[in-house]
Design a protein around this ligand. Structure first.
Ligand SMILES: *[C@@H]1O[C@H](CO)[C@@H](O)[C@H](O)[C@H]1NC(C)=O
Ligand SMILES: *[C@@H]1O[C@H](CO)[C@@H](O)[C@H](O)[C@H]1NC(C)=O
Ligand SMILES: *[C@@H]1O[C@H](CO)[C@@H](O)[C@H](O)[C@H]1NC(C)=O
Ligand SMILES: *[C@@H]1O[C@H](CO)[C@@H](O)[C@H](O)[C@H]1NC(C)=O
Length: 614
């Protein structure tokens, strides 16, 4: 207990209205090395205590690195430095060098953002303990052996990071085969750095050794920009947050039946008719800029052009232009009879001009997204009743002698799919890339291989994690991406938007559910414990945007996207519990970097590791 006299003394010297307290906090933290937790204690500001951030950086097996690396050892001490005292040397070839220079620029920008005043170079040591610090240098030494400049399924994303301190310099050596590995190494390095409030400086762990590589090749976030529009700025913010979590695929569900916001030079009428407003469009230059923005952050931008269902608004131009109807059932009522949600719309397979337009459209899509290493065709939720109640389609089915039962329609859908694949291949200069397609009628149990060649298609699973179809797909040799909605749909758990009550896939998927969804375990369970490891490309969390736009984007995606990232990068054998302290810190880090990630606990829990338990 403080004596009344010391209380009076404190009251006398504490200035009340400064940006920060000039006196050291009475609280200190120490690392409990047995359980890796930072413990808060009353230090009275005298015993040379360490701050919360110092403790977090150096406590526990992984410090506050997220996602957890494969192998890591961390020192216990830190060195204080200013962002202006970071220099670098790089060993690389060709275009990799300019990507690395950009990557280093991002690294420095992130260090600046840790500082509460985001000083961007003008920092100086100040604060209660400023006098103990001497100028300290950080030297980045980055060595990349390979020349790859765009991410593919075979890209080596591994890296090593070695941090050593000798006198006044801390050297961070990063080695990698690819730029993408080196970039991940820089990301890990930013997670060995934190702000120090006693010196108003940055601090870096004095020694570390990290050997790291991802468990899965495909680690994605889906954003739907058709149901609602998202500005370029908000997409960039999403890519920033993905980079901070080593997620590598931005799956852009760019169009749907609601709107077609992509402006194409070759088909300007699509967006004129299809965008919500003239300002809510992505130009070819915007798309190219986003592709580059992603690349320097280690992210492939994967375009999805969902068809033959999920098309509608925008396609009305064709009839006016004398091409006939390219899409049918557009905005047709009552919607319940013709699609899964309003507004309806589906391609008109009876109109051969559809393929002339798709030819032009795919050319421009592939051009602006290039280079592509895969293409997403969507391919979900075709409504047979739409086609079967549209005279033009039924007359064509009859005239061609196809018949009109369900199999006849599925057959024509698969013909459409193959023609689309050939148009994409043509647009891509004749180079075939794997097609990705959602689980749908075409992938249904028993007949998927009748329609889709496992050598050409990757299946993205959006049914539940106990769907026996997953086992069948693996046994038939398909490569799969997991997005099972019972864990990885981030739009679930809000009020309904058609009718009342909760939305269709409620409840909300908490970060723990996201974290514990293990593609490996699901596959083992559904295949009598077989190992189809190399067919499981990875997974993706989906943000369908009926009920989100850029105002709610960050809080919907983060920190749950971080939970996904650790499942896919590390695939830990443990559940969420041991990851909790690091996740809370990762959320804080995202906030420092300008992402409005959701709060998941009181700040008290961040300061008292392990005490918010059930
Ligand atoms: C370190 O940063 C300080 C403050 O910006 C600057 O004055 C000093 O020249 C830097 N030292 C080196 C070696 O870059
Ligand atoms: C810091 O300054 C540089 C050069 O003036 C600028 O390019 C960069 O965007 C700034 N970064 C931040 C985080 O403000
Ligand atoms: C399409 O309509 C015809 C005639 O009404 C019917 O016989 C057929 O079963 C329908 N097909 C499907 C897939 O519903
Ligand atoms: C996956 O299965 C293994 C073996 O049964 C188990 O130890 C592990 O906890 C499971 N992982 C998750 C995230 O549930």
């Amino acid at each position: 207990m403080a004596s009344p006299r010391s209380i009076l003394l404190l009251l006398a010297v504490v200035p009340l209205a400064t940006a920060y307290f000039r006196l050291p906090s009475p609280w200190g933290w120490k690392c409990n090395r047995e359980n890796g937790r930072c413990e808060k204690f009353d230090d009275d500001g005298v015993s040379g205590h360490i701050t919360l951030n110092h403790c977090k950086l150096t406590c526990g097996q992984y410090g506050v690195i997220w996602p957890q690396p494969k192998l890591v050892t961390l020192g216990n001490e830190v060195n204080y430095f200013l962002p202006t005292n970071v220099s670098n040397k790089i060993t690389c070839q060709g275009e990799v060098c300019s990507l690395l220079q950009e990557g280093i620029g991002l690294f420095k920008g992130n260090l600046n953002r840790y500082h509460p005043e985001c000083t961007n170079g003008s920092a100086s040591f100040k604060g209660p303990w400023e006098k103990d610090v001497k100028e300290h240098q950080i030297l980045l030494d980055i060595r990349v052996t390979g020349g790859e400049t765009s991410l593919g399924f075979d890209t080596d994303e591994s890296y090593t990071l070695t941090v050593t301190t000798l006198e006044g310099t801390t050297t961070a050596l990063i080695t990698a085969v690819s730029f993408f590995g080196a970039r991940h190494g820089l990301e890990t390095l930013t997670q060995l750095v934190e702000y120090d409030e006693l010196r108003d400086s940055l601090q870096i762990v004095n020694s570390a050794s990290v050997n790291d590589a991802p468990a899965f090749k495909y680690r994605g976030i889906l954003l739907d920009t058709s149901r609602n529009f998202f500005s370029i700025k908000s997409i960039e913010r999403t890519l920033d947050a993905m980079a901070a979590n080593k997620l590598n695929t931005f799956h852009w569900h760019i169009t749907d039946s609601h709107s077609y916001p992509l402006y194409l030079d070759s088909l300007p009428k699509m967006a004129w008719w299809g965008a919500y407003t003239a300002r809510q469009v992505y130009t070819p230059a915007d798309v190219r800029a986003i592709v580059h923005y992603g690349r320097v952050r280690g992210i492939r931008v994967l375009p999805e052009f969902d068809a033959p269902a999920h098309v509608g608004n925008g396609w009305q131009w064709a009839e006016k232009a004398g091409l006939g109807k390219l899409a049918v059932c557009v905005n047709r009522e009552p919607w319940q009879s013709y699609c899964v949600e309003p507004p309806c719309g589906q391609f008109n397979l009876a109109n051969p001009k559809l393929y002339d337009v798709l030819d032009i459209m795919y050319q421009e899509w592939i051009d602006i997204f290039s280079p592509i290493d895969s293409f997403h065709y969507g391919g979900d939720e075709v409504n047979l009743n739409c086609w079967n109640t549209t005279d033009e389609v039924t007359q064509w089915m009859d005239a061609e002698g196809f018949g009109r039962d369900a199999d006849a329609y599925y057959k024509q859908w698969s013909v459409f799919q193959e023609k689309s694949r050939q148009l994409v291949t043509k647009a891509n200069g004749g180079k075939e890339v794997p097609g990705i397609i959602w689980t749908s009628h075409l992938t249904e149990a028993g007949h998927v291989d009748k329609y889709l060649d496992p050598a050409k298609y990757i299946i993205q699973i959006w049914t539940k994690g106990d769907d026996p179809l997953i086992g069948e797909l693996l046994q038939k040799g398909y490569r799969v991406i997991f997005s099972n909605y019972d864990a990885w749909y981030l739009d679930c758990g809000f009020g309904a938007w058609v009718g009342e009550g909760n939305n269709w896939c409620s409840p909300y998927k908490g970060w723990q559910t996201v974290y514990d969804n293990s593609p490996t375990n699901i596959s083992r369970t559904l295949t009598a414990n077989n190992n189809y490891g190399n067919q499981i490309l990875g997974g993706e969390a989906a943000l369908w945007s009926e009920q989100a736009d850029e105002e709610s984007l960050d809080a919907r995606l983060w920190p749950r996207g971080s939970a996904l990232a650790e499942r896919l990068w590390t695939n830990p054998t443990t559940n969420w519990e041991p990851a909790e302290f690091r996740l809370i810190h990762q959320r804080q880090r995202l906030v420092n970097r300008g992402i409005q990630a959701d709060r998941i606990q009181p700040q008290w829990c961040h300061q008292n590791d392990g005490l918010c338990y059930l």
